[in-house]
Design a binder for this molecule. Structure first.
Ligand code: XLS
Ligand code: NI
Ligand code: NI
Length: 434
């Protein structure tokens, strides 16, 4: 164990009555929920970037954290960072982690050096993973921080940047495959624009569509069995991002023939930025069979930017898991904490407590969601509300045409009768479970 987490013992489940802040009160990995272990439902992942690479800066100020692996420009310190990361994984016992290439290795002076650094750390991860249960939920490429990506990656007006992006994604897919990753994620932070005055929007979308097709072709070429996921976000850092929200991504995937190959990684904070609830995004994806995985980090409702806070609102989380469970739960996906500490939370203990709290909140949400599904109250209310559509007449109508329907309405066969939507009753129902 490195000195960073030296006094912190592995976190145990102690139940809701325990007052120990360094224990799980609701997350019991072995508890059976709807016939499955809680750990296998939630499939928690720690995000390397916010937990280990992020230095505590915000738009108004720089680094607040002082970690033994700072500054992050040296391979020796990249190993110290990896040691601390795996120590934390041992303490939390969560089954997965996720990374960007740029989180785990220092950038070199050229592509080949960066790649050598990356491959060395991947080999170091392999050694560490060989003696542990921890697995990789997903890998991804950071194609938004370095200045070369300032005008986008696959949507860059410069074909050299498209090429650099393609080569970068190839190396990250190779590494994800090597570590047995279960998904590969693409989040297009700068795949968008700052102003339409300098942007050929149609051309950029075509390039992004071709790029994603190359990714899918490469996945099949190397025999990667995991899912390819895109992560919607409406803006930030770009003024407008092409992967705006779930519905926009689904339309994009269909346009470029990718609807059977690519699913979505949905983030609660991004849903909020797009003016949606998280369950809206999840329901939109599950309605199309395109839910892949989730990033369970929330935004602040007062500040208009991506604050990446750990989840701390059980009713919100419960509704998200309700839609996930209803659609059959995760396949390759999981619950990634793409969440960062507040920049005043300097201590190693804060990092552990943040994850313990997030895992407990999700466990409560999952249990509430499962109880609602098992009780069936919302499902009964839905089937009652749509019961009219189960009749033979209604089904026939869907196969007919406007003229036939018009004739039937004109002859007085149809008498619309407004009925209560019962929203308050349903909200009160949910409140019994959360
Ligand atoms: C940023 C995104 C990012 C992705 C991975 O807002 O959430 O962290 O999850 O690139
Ligand atoms: Ni985000
Ligand atoms: Ni994310």
């Amino acid at each position: 164990m490195t000195s960073f987490f030296k006094d912190i013992a592995p976190i145990k489940f102690e139940g809701p009555d325990s007052t120990n802040p360094m224990a799980f009160h609701h997350y019991d990995p072995d508890e059976i929920v709807m016939g499955k272990r809680m750990e296998d439902h939630l499939r928690f992942a720690v995000a390397y970037w916010h937990s280990f690479a992020w230095e505590g800066g915000d738009p108004f100020g720089g680094q607040t954290f002082e970690r033994p692996w700072h500054p992050q420009d040296d391979m020796g310190r990249a190993r110290v960072k990896a040691d601390a990361a795996f120590d934390m994984f041992d303490i939390l016992g969560q089954p997965y982690f996720c990374w960007h290439d740029a989180d785990i290795r220092p950038e070199g002076p050229d592509f080949a050096t960066s790649l050598r650094n990356f491959e060395e750390i991947i080999a170091y991860f392999q050694e560490k993973m060989a003696t542990r249960k921890i697995r990789l939920l997903w890998g991804t490429a950071n194609m938004f921080s370095h200045r070369r990506w300032m005008s986008g990656a696959s949507t860059n007006p410069d074909p050299d940047v498209f090429a650099y992006s393609a080569a970068t994604v190839k190396t990250c897919m190779d590494a994800t495959h090597k570590l047995g990753g279960e998904n590969y994620v693409l989040w297009g932070g700068r795949e968008g624009y700052e102003t339409l005055l300098n942007t050929d929007l149609g051309r950029e979308l075509d390039h992004m569509g071709r790029f994603l097709n190359m990714v899918v072709e490469y996945k099949h070429k190397i025999g990667f069995k995991g899912a390819i996921l895109v992560e919607p976000k409406p803006q930030e850092p770009s003024k407008h991002q092409y992967d705006y929200d779930a519905a926009t991504c689904i339309g994009f995937l269909r346009k470029y023939g990718l609807e059977d190959e690519v699913k979505l990684n949905l983030e609660q904070g991004h849903a909020i930025l797009a003016g949606h609830s998280f369950e809206h995004e999840i329901a939109t994806a599950t309605a199309e069979g395109m839910l892949g995985s989730i990033d369970m980090n929330r935004n602040d409702y007062q500040s208009g930017w991506d604050t990446d806070q750990f989840p701390n609102n059980v009713p919100e989380v419960a509704l998200a898991y309700y839609h996930i469970l209803k659609s059959g739960g995760f396949a390759t996906g999981g619950t990634n904490f793409d969440a960062k500490l507040r920049r005043q939370s300097l201590d190693a203990e804060d990092l552990i407590a943040a994850h313990v709290g997030g895992m407990d909140i999700c466990a409560r949400g999952l249990k509430a969601a499962a109880a609602m599904l098992e009780d069936g109250g919302l499902e009964t209310a839905l089937s009652d509300r749509y019961a009219g559509w189960d009749t033979a007449d209604a089904k026939t109508m869907l196969d007919s045409d406007l003229d036939t329907i018009f004739a039937s309405v004109l002859s007085g066969n149809v008498a619309p009768e407004p009925r209560s939507g019962r929203q308050e009753m349903l909200e009160n129902y949910v409140n019994r479970f959360v």
